[in-house]
Write a protein that binds this ligand. Structure first.
Ligand code: PLP
Length: 386
């Protein structure tokens, strides 16, 4: 297999056969001329079903995750919804992480529950807890690693073992939301996962300029079902969005190395500052998931969370004081972001068992010059602990 960046830059991206253009063209066409009824030129009929720019992105994403099939979506949630429509029927049960992404929790708890889907939220760092939660009707085990925003780690190979031992005929499918790691740091299919999901809005796109999602699998039958359902419900990205995502993906490896370098320096600063109670980062040897993370990840990534020593007030003050770290939701772009999950990204889980501590601050460490990032954070931490 070719190296990661070679695949990122070339998979699905042969020079255009008619013009020689080295970048994949943006094909805005909604429909494609046929040479006689049913005689398509490249398998393209109508852009909800398939579009050449989207196909290029899909081939690239499949190559990056080491899967046979990829589907690109209009958003990460569009990908999640389409996948769960394929895998679940009324009365079925799924397991979700006890600190699932807030939007995933909302989809399961508020939308799918209305169609009779049941769920249990489990700490997936604990395989015994997972075994105890499984029912004969469990069809899906949904995993995030690292999790958002607490940066918990699940042992993906361990989860796959539990899932596939649960039933000989109909084992639950292990779905891994690989958004936080990106395919550069972690490839769950190689660890036994059945499907990988991405919000490509984050690291894959990488520039905070496009919303998108993806599913990758090596299961031919499942891929067929995803194609059918995606085409039926219409959760597709437009060609320009597919093109932006593909352009972002080309530099994923160099960006992830720099995100990881910068995050390691930020972690050092936070760990030594009296205004910080605890740093949550899987690269820290004392992190409970460190060993599993070291086994399954190339590096530990650009997401860092911490608990402010001064509680909620201090956390809010830090978020309000940084300048380079922009106060905003989302993550994974070249620019550094800061947020207060309790009142922002995770406000929808307040009062549920997924509620997060109110002293929690989440950083998406960007790829700016690290000394500037450290100065910015130090100033805000000093101000909040003064
Ligand atoms: C952002 C995000 C999603 C949802 O993706 P959208 O592109 O915003 O729809 C799902 N999972 C994780 C971990 C995310 O960070």
């Amino acid at each position: 297999m070719q190296g990661f960046s070679t695949r990122a830059i070339h998979a699905g991206q042969e020079p255009d056969p008619t013009t020689g253009a080295v970048t994949v063209p943006i094909h805005p066409s909604s429909t494609f001329a046929q040479d006689g009824v049913g005689g398509t030129r490249g398998g393209f009929e109508y852009s909800r079903s398939a579009n050449p720019t989207r196909t290029a992105l899909q081939e690239c994403l499949a190559a990056l995750e080491g899967g046979r099939h990829a589907h690109a979506f209009g958003s990460g949630m569009g990908a999640s919804d389409t996948l769960l429509r394929v895998l679940l029927r009324p009365g079925d049960h799924m397991v979700i992480p006890h600190d699932a992404y807030g939007g995933t929790f909302r989809l399961v708890d508020k939308v799918l529950s209305g169609w009779g889907v049941e769920y249990t939220a489990v700490d997936l760092g604990d395989l015994d807890a997972l075994r105890a939660a499984l029912r004969p009707s469990t069809k899906v085990i949904w995993c995030e690693s690292p999790t958002n925003p607490l940066l918990g780690i699940a042992d993906i190979a361990g989860l796959a073992g539990v899932a596939h031992a649960a039933s000989v005929t109909h084992p639950p499918r292990l779905v891994v939301d690989n958004t936080f790691a990106s395919p550069y740091l972690q490839t769950p299919l190689a660890l036994g996962a059945d499907v990988v999901l991405h919000s490509t809005t984050k690291y894959v796109g990488g520039h905070s300029d496009v919303v998108g999602g993806a599913l990758v699998t090596s299961d031919d039958e499942l891929a067929e079902a995803i194609s059918f359902t995606q085409n039926s419900v219409g959760s597709v990205p437009g060609p320009f969005d597919a093109w932006l995502t593909l352009r972002g993906a080309k530099t994923l490896a160099v960006r992830m190395e720099r995100h990881s370098d910068n995050a390691e320096r930020v972690v050092e600063l936070l760990a030594a500052h009296p205004g910080v109670d605890r740093v949550l980062y899987p690269g820290l040897p004392e992190h409970p998931g460190h060993e599993a993370a070291a086994k399954q990840m190339r590096r530990f990534g650009g997401m860092v969370s911490f608990l402010a020593a001064g509680g909620r007030e201090a956390a809010l003050k830090i978020c309000a004081t940084t300048k380079l770290f922009t106060l905003a939701e989302s993550l994974g772009g070249v620019e550094s972001l800061i947020e207060h999950p309790g009142q922002m990204t995770h406000a929808s889980v307040a009062g549920s068992m997924l509620e997060v501590p109110d002293s929690l601050v989440r950083l998406s460490v960007g790829i700016e010059d690290v000394d500037d990032l450290l100065d910015d954070l130090r100033t805000a931490l000093d101000a909040a602990s003064a």
